[in-house]
Design a protein around this ligand. Structure first.
Ligand code: PEP
Ligand code: MN
Length: 339
């Protein structure tokens, strides 16, 4: 349920209203002072609340029931876009961010070479997996803590913020200097992990599960936001369908849908969505045209020898060429690349 407050309601009146709601209905409240109006969201069991009782309050302009099960992440609760600041870059504020780098961190040389190349081409953030969720236990599992150390070194070398995936709560302390914590598709419904990340202040890049609906993605984001962390980026990375020509099927329509129903910024990962390097350019351009706030693209200094996902990784030269087109599309759509 949301309460649209009267423009002239004083701070004291709003405080009294909040106390009255807590005492009368045993609900949590979330006040958002937006550019056009202030909204008080009610979270909890609102099914038995008599709307007319709330309407009688002087501070209240209007009351609406919210049908969707996601509340904090719902645009009805928070009409303005959420903008997440990471080392001076803004995700969600009308600029495009490009997060690029290798699937896995493999060595100092591989990571630093790739990091410098993606920075030169205009990437605004560096990605690299230290803990890797692999389908086979016999495949390369990532360098773990050593991989995170190398990412921090690459951040110092390039000035790029770093994005890397967490797979277990046991590793959370290793992420102190990571700028954005990624929750991978396979962990989208690891609710204990999501709850713990709700207590963190770090931005979370939450990837859509392989077989999850848009509403389930938003409910997973709700787990994080319910703990107090509103810095969430929703990432479309392809879903599993009957199609086998691509690794997954990129659900481009998820971008405008998410941006309509939620205030959270949206990212698209064309690499895991398609699994094919030659499709990164067209899918990136489609994602930017659809209104994405960020792209996450795999780039490797030597894809043929990559320890994971070489077939979908761009060479630095290919990435440079794709970035030229991404920049042009970003300008055209009015969401220019973040500096
Ligand atoms: C990744 O980004 O490295 C990754 C494993 O992605 P996803 O969780 O989307 O498969
Ligand atoms: Mn990968």
């Amino acid at each position: 349920m949301i309460l649209i407050l009267k423009k002239n309601a004083s701070e004291k009146q709003v405080e009294d209203l909040v106390n009255w709601l807590h005492e009368s209905f045993n609900v949590q409240t979330n006040l958002v002072n937006g550019t056009h109006q202030s909204i008080l969201g009610l979270i909890g069991d609102t099914s038995k609340i008599d709307i007319d009782r709330i309407r009688t309050r002087d501070e209240v302009e209007d009351v609406k029931r919210v049908q969707e099960p996601y509340k904090n992440t719902n645009r009805k609760f928070h009409p303005d876009d959420t903008v997440i600041e990471v080392m001076g870059r803004h995700i969600g504020g009308g600029k495009l961010n490009v997060i690029a780098g290798p699937c896995s961190v493999e060595s100092e040389e591989q990571l630093i070479t790739t990091a410098k190349a993606v920075k030169k081409a205009g990437a605004t953030m560096l990605r690299g997996g230290a803990f890797k969720p692999r389908t086979s236990p016999y495949s390369f599992q990532g360098l773990g803590a050593e991989g995170i150390k190398l990412l921090i070194e690459a951040k110092q070398e390039t000035g790029l913020p770093i994005v890397t995936e967490i797979m277990s709560l046991a590793h959370i302390d290793l992420f102190a200097d990571v700028d954005i914590i990624q929750v991978g598709a396979r962990n989208m419904q690891n609710f204990e992990l999501l709850k713990e990340l709700g207590h963190s202040k770090k931005p979370i890049l939450l990837k859509r599960g392989l077989a999850n609906t848009i509403e389930e993605l938003l409910m997973s984001a709700e787990y994080i936001s319910a703990g107090g962390n509103q810095n969430i980026i929703l990432c479309e990375r392809g879903i599993r369908t009957f199609e086998t020509a691509t690794r997954n099927t990129l659900d481009i329509s998820a971008v405008p849908i998410l941006k309509t129903v939620s205030h959270l910024p949206v990212a698209v990962d064309p690499s895991h969505a398609t699994g094919i390097a030659s499709l990164i350019e067209p899918m990136s351009l489609a994602a930017v045209a659809a209104g994405t706030d960020a792209l996450e693209i795999e780039v490797h200094c030597n894809p043929k020898n990559a320890k994971s996902d070489g077939a979908q990784s761009l060479t630095p030269e290919q990435f440079d060429s794709v970035m030229t087109k991404i920049k042009a599309m970003a300008e055209f759509i009015g969401r220019p690349l973040e500096a």
